[in-house]
Design a protein around this ligand. Structure first.
Ligand SMILES: [Zn+2]
Length: 235
């Protein structure tokens, strides 16, 4: 495990659901944004199935989650938020999604792309990684390596762009930890902005966010960290 020293001027986080980026990488995104990095968020799903309540209203949930997502993005200092409005549970790594992602990568030209590691399916015998997380991960990998960098892929989607690094979260093979000690409080606020996804027990959420960050940080000797699998694409 090594400490992540990367300080990009532009980054893009591509995640399935409105709260995923904040949970996975909110500390690092807030840190980079505070240093002047242009942070672009891409959220693929509309969040309208994100409730265990039988009587939840999908339309109300969709609009609530949109507001929560914008509030959280503002807290992180994001430069832009793009929601692709696919239905929850409906992400497929299809050509239409890859083309959209390639278009966004070529438009915003990020040095680093963050997103879910699609190879992680089971966690600790108690959690199956969400279908949307896995499909979002495969789609972003295919969009970034190699499609966005090669002109004959989706020629109508702008000038080719080579992303330098991928940082994948929710991974079983982390190899870098970012020091997010300076922004862990901002991360917590961004996570708490997703009120519709929380049970009302902010203290419990706080303990989970801080506990996970302490565990990750310990591996590289910092108070709070976020762990990723790093892939160097330009060498
Ligand atoms: Zn999710």
């Amino acid at each position: 495990m090594r400490a992540l020293r990367l300080r990009p001027s532009s980054a893009m986080a591509i995640y399935a659901h409105p709260d995923d980026a904040d949970v996975a990488a909110g500390g690092l995104l807030a840190l980079w944004a505070s240093e002047g990095c242009a942070v672009h968020l891409v959220v693929i799903c509309d969040g309208a199935k994100g409730s265990h309540a039988v009587k939840a209203n999908p339309a109300k949930l969709r609009s609530a989650r949109r507001e929560e997502m914008q509030l959280a993005a503002d807290l992180l200092g994001a430069s832009s938020v793009t929601c692709l409005e696919r239905p929850d549970g409906g992400i497929e790594n299809d050509e239409a999604l890859r083309e959209t992602l390639v278009g966004l990568v070529r438009r915003y030209r990020p040095q680093v792309v963050l997103g879910p590691d699609p190879t992680a399916t089971f966690f600790g015998g108690v959690y199956v990684n969400h279908h949307d997380h896995r499909e979002a991960g495969w789609a972003l990998l295919d969009a970034v390596a190699p499609a966005a960098a090669m002109p004959l892929y989706f020629p109508g989607q702008g000038e080719p762009h080579q992303v330098d690094q991928l940082l994948l979260s929710g991974t079983h093979e982390p190899d870098v930890v970012a020091d997010v000690t300076l922004t862990i409080d901002t991360k917590l606020k961004a996570v708490l902005a997703h009120v519709s996804q929380l049970g009302g027990d902010d203290e419990a959420i706080r303990n989970v966010v801080y506990g996970r960050a302490e565990q990750a940080g310990r591996q590289v000797g910092v108070a709070f960290g976020e762990a990723f699998r790093c892939v160097e694409l330009s060498f």
